[in-house]
Design a protein around this ligand. Structure first.
Ligand SMILES: [Zn+2]
Length: 257
């Protein structure tokens, strides 16, 4: 199965990458997309993808780091270079984050716009990071002139009203191990409201370790099976059927071979 969003380049995973990959294989996770959160990180992600058949990469600038690239032209050039590497399958993660006061929203917006431009240029799909900014993010996407089905809202944890707005717009929705948490019954129920042909799953590793392994501080791609299990059960679907559905979705969305 596929982990559609992880950060293998981050230290807690990179420093034990052999073990992480072995445990993923043992869990049946045979493909994973490592998401670049800056041009530098995207280059590392592309390196990893070049070395390992089961890894694919993306290139983006996370809104929380958007102030590190104030020069729009330089950011565009650096991301273009990353996208040109083999096995880079998407732009992002990109978007808006109102959870932290910094960087200011106009700085986040500038980095977002650069990546939307590159989506238009390359026709790659885009991974959206949205934290407490659903209405603003959807407004930007509506104005972007890109087909809504080219976007996935990753790590969805919002309300049903926000979920409805995203689905009505026409984007995909991806869930992490947060749906397995004891206090996440509402979110798990929401996940079952997403049409089966519009839903994806991910770990966002090294963050957000799913139950029953929450005591393990460092999440990893192999644990995506616990998210699949919880979401399948919530839908009264067999785990195998659910996994083949979400894998087919990821394959189609990201154009995986
Ligand atoms: Zn992420």
């Amino acid at each position: 199965m596929i982990d559609t969003h992880c950060h293998l380049t981050y230290d807690p995973l990179m420093t034990q990458i052999e073990d992480v990959m072995r445990r993923a294989a043992e869990a049946g996770v045979d493909r994973m997309i490592t998401v670049g959160t800056s041009p530098q990180d995207a280059a590392l992600a592309a390196d990893l993808a070049a070395q390992r058949p089961q890894v694919f990469a993306t290139a983006g600038l996370h809104p929380n780091y958007s102030d590190q690239w104030p020069d729009t032209a330089a950011l565009t050039a650096a991301l273009r270079e990353a996208i040109a590497r083999p096995k880079v399958v998407a732009l992002g993660e990109m978007g808006l984050d109102r959870h932290h006061a910094d960087p200011p929203i106009d700085v986040q917006r500038r980095a977002f716009d650069v990546q939307l431009n590159l989506m238009r240029e390359t026709r790659l799909p885009g991974i959206i990071h949205n934290r407490e900014a659903t209405a603003d993010t959807l407004a930007v996407l509506r104005d972007a002139g890109i087909v809504p089905s080219r976007f996935v809202f990753h790590c969805f944890t919002g309300s049903d009203a926000e979920l409805d707005a995203i689905l009505e717009f026409g984007a995909w929705v991806s869930f992490t191990g947060v749906v397995t948490f004891k206090n996440s019954a509402t979110l798990l129920a929401s996940s079952a409201r997403v049409p089966i042909d519009r839903v994806m799953i991910e770990t966002d590793a090294p963050y957000l370790t799913p139950a029953p392994h929450r005591k393990v501080k460092v999440n990893e791609p192999g644990y995506v099976v616990f998210t699949a299990r919880a979401m399948a059960a919530q839908r009264n679907m067999g785990e195998t059927d659910f996994v083949s559905a979400v894998d087919a979705n990821a394959q189609r969305f990201f154009g995986l071979p």
